[in-house]
Write a protein that binds this ligand. Sequence first.
Ligand code: FAD
Length: 480
Amino acid sequence: MINGREYIKRIDALQNEVWIDGGRCSGKLSQLAPFKGILKSKAALYDYQCKPENQELFRYSMPDRKGDYGFSYHQPTSIEDLTNRRLATQEWARLSAGLMGRSPDYMNTLLMTLGFAAPHFAQDQKGFGDNIKRLYEKAREKDLSITHTFINPQVNRSVGQYFDDTNVTAAKVVEEKEEGIVIKGARLLATQGGLTDELLVLPAGGYTLDDAYLFGFMIPSNSKGLKFICRESFCYRDSRFDHPLASQFEEIDSIVVFEDVLVPWECVFLYKDAQVVGEMEEATGLYTFLQFQAVCRQVVKVEYILGLCELMGEAIQIQEYEHIKLKMSEIITTLEIMKALLVASEVNSRLNQYGTLVPESQPLKAAIQYFSGVYPRLMEIIQLLGASGLISIPTEKDFNSEIQEDLAKYLQGANINAKERVQLFRMAWDLGMSAFGSRQTQFERFFFGDPIRLSTIHYNRYFTQPYVDMVQAFLNKREE
Ligand SMILES: Cc1cc2nc3c(=O)[nH]c(=O)nc-3n(C[C@H](O)[C@H](O)[C@H](O)COP(=O)(O)OP(=O)(O)OC[C@H]3O[C@@H](n4cnc5c(N)ncnc54)[C@H](O)[C@@H]3O)c2cc1C
């Protein structure tokens, strides 16, 4: 396990090719305004896992190896392991109010599922099974941080677009060499792209007849020709008072460009094999585990939303109104549904063929689907409770200026002073209204894929026959 200092040192040393707002970043990323908040917050996670009092939950060791490893690399084989994983994931998530979609455990977890299912990738004898096992072990030994890109650029989403990609927009293999494959084109959308040690790529969803798009690999973020093009930062100010959330948890998202990147064979674990891709979830449980991690985080996020709304209600004494109670009850219902689905997935977990205890996928799919729809409503509730309070939010500088007495008098709450009230409402604004907050909403809607297509897949794969039979039997039943 690494600590925060080691993580920052490593990222700064990589000198990844990161572009933002018209220029290529130079020097230490951890000292640049758009990135320093999130790097510091991630470093805090690594520090937290190293604290002696957290060792029991966050660390595991292996009898045949020296060293300790982070919880998310651990292969769960019992319900106790899964419970431990949930508790650790949530404890980390609480440090960021559930706002860090890409805390290191997200991708570590994915790599764990692939690493322990190595034989699945070894089917074609090209050593890909050994490769994924080695990549997993390398990540575990070095406690690497990883980002990923799983989708193609949004150039043309009509059916069959892949077959006319003559200008090479979506990343694909353009050459096969003795040393590896050469990738050209782009992928979306790497959250924290350029801010991690490595980049993991899996085939984009959808159908393609062209196997030049079928690959899975993991390479260092500073690989030659790899470029991360970031969107503008939504952290406009350093001040924790003014931007309580963005100043700490603005993750940045980036477009990933592969300019003839040579991916060495030893970094490739999947290549031109549609069957391996098609059976990957069944063999590894990777998406189920990613959903497990995400739902753990989302539960924490709703806990924070509930606490925040309760404090807002108290600050201006609106809890007595019926419709406010109704809205608070909506938040509580969301929290309880999400918690129940998470625990249901744990209780009904089953061992896969490689000995990994995989949570039951249906409750997690339901949770992810439900949350992508309900999250915008939770943000609406924040807006409805806060009303003008989310707009009358002077800055820290205002509170330190000669108008401070005006602010103290006119912005006080029922049982809270003006500065504390504005700080609280600024947090609500940063979650429900700011550019950072809007991006959070878009994240919860889409990060796991297009909710429309996920619903279609959910329905198509759900086994409805027992319920059809039940109704048929009911209809066929004659009076005795
Ligand atoms: C904030 C944020 C962070 C993200 N971070 C990551 C990340 O770290 N790594 C990563 O790999 N991805 C990431 N994503 C990408 C995410 O996986 C995609 O947004 C998601 O899969 C949807 O794809 P898309 O954005 O290309 O939308 P599109 O597929 O282009 O969809 C646009 C619209 O068209 C409709 N549509 C398109 N095709 C069809 C179809 N075949 N049938 C029906 N309707 C269709 C959709 O319903 C939608 O309304 C992130 C996204 C967001 C918003």
